[in-house]
Design a protein around this ligand. Structure first.
Ligand code: GRG
Length: 295
């Protein structure tokens, strides 16, 4: 099967798994379920659950115990997009080609939908205990999920990003922001895949190194696309960084260097992948596809 076609088929399979863990839209608090499901169903590349599943497969995982974590990581990612779009953050009105959650459901419900998805993700991940013969792996994976999402991960990175809006940023601080704000969830995705498949400690560490590089390349490519793509193609506004007076990798290094660095950093990730035991050619092509992506 051609790689793009394979990506489509696998994305649909991931979609089905994520969908199966979404809450039913019923009861007095129906609005929150609708807002959560609207945001998750809006689409997106489903990159994080896919990377998780492919890493799980790389290390020989074959069971369904990974599925609650796949849904959980997409819920957490979506919760961060909902909050990132709020008027008090980036104040954006378009996401995944649709009105943002706050535009559709109001500021109050969007805050709650982000909160709800974040904690429902943990509730969902805990369902893996019932699907595994290795509860200690599930416990460790839940710890990783929380750590990489929280103050030492994505939220920590976003705090520095918000604080430095409108201010000059050094390359070192920008690197910190990218590694936490974007990189940490990608690290969680791939490390959880490795942990759940029973990978050894050295391999888990290498997986962290590889996914950290992927996260960095991914965020730099995001900066490039914000300047070079269209809202139609991205499903979100372009020139958003300029509007929000944000220093990005492109403003610091220039677009040509940014493009060269994306290629170089992603090659580094592929090199680490090749040092790992097991083989997954699709994962290698996925790394190439996501850093060369157009949306
Ligand atoms: C509520 C958990 C929570 C967090 C709030 C707002 C915030 C803290 C963090 C923002 C983090 C953020 C949005 C980082 C940018 C990461 C990024 C490049 C997102 C785009 O990811 P894609 O391209 O999006 O994978 P799709 O739509 O394809 O899923």
């Amino acid at each position: 099967m051609e790689r793009r076609e394979e990506l489509k088929v696998r994305t649909q399979a991931v979609e089905q798994i994520v969908e199966s863990y979404l809450p039913a839209e019923e009861g007095h608090q129906k609005t929150i379920f609708e807002a959560m499901n609207y945001s998750v169903r809006a689409g997106g590349k489903r990159l994080r659950p896919m990377l998780m599943q492919e890493t799980y497969r790389l290390f020989g995982g074959t069971g369904r115990e990974i599925e609650p974590f796949m849904a959980a990581i997409e819920m957490i990612h979506t919760s961060s997009l909902i909050h990132d779009d709020l008027p008090c953050m980036d104040n954006d009105e378009l996401r995944r080609g649709l009105p943002t959650t706050w535009v559709k459901y109001g500021y109050d419900m969007a805050v709650l939908a982000g909160d709800a998805l974040l904690i429902f993700a943990i509730e969902t991940a805990a369902k893996a205990f019932a699907l595994t013969e290795h509860p200690e792996r599930v416990g460790r994976a839940i710890g990783l999920l929380a750590q990489k999402t929280g103050i030492y991960g994505m939220i920590g990175g976003q705090v520095v990003d918000v604080e430095l809006t409108d201010k000059p940023i050094s390359a070192e601080k920008l690197d910190f922001i990218y590694r936490l704000k974007t990189g940490a969830l990608l690290e969680a995705s791939m490390m959880i895949g490795a942990v759940m498949a029973g990978a050894d400690e050295a391999s888990i560490q290498k997986t962290e190194e590889m996914s950290s590089a992927i996260g960095l390349a991914f965020q730099i490519q995001d900066d490039i696309l914000d300047l070079t793509s269209t809202a139609e193609q991205l499903g979100k506004p372009v020139l958003s960084d300029e509007k929000n007076h944000k220093t990005t990798y492109v403003t610091l290094e220039g677009i040509d260097k940014a493009k060269a660095d994306v290629a170089e950093i992603s090659e580094r990730a592929v090199t680490v992948l090749k040092e790992l035991p097991g083989e997954n050619p699709f994962l290698e092509s996925l790394i190439h596809m996501l850093v060369n992506r157009e949306n």
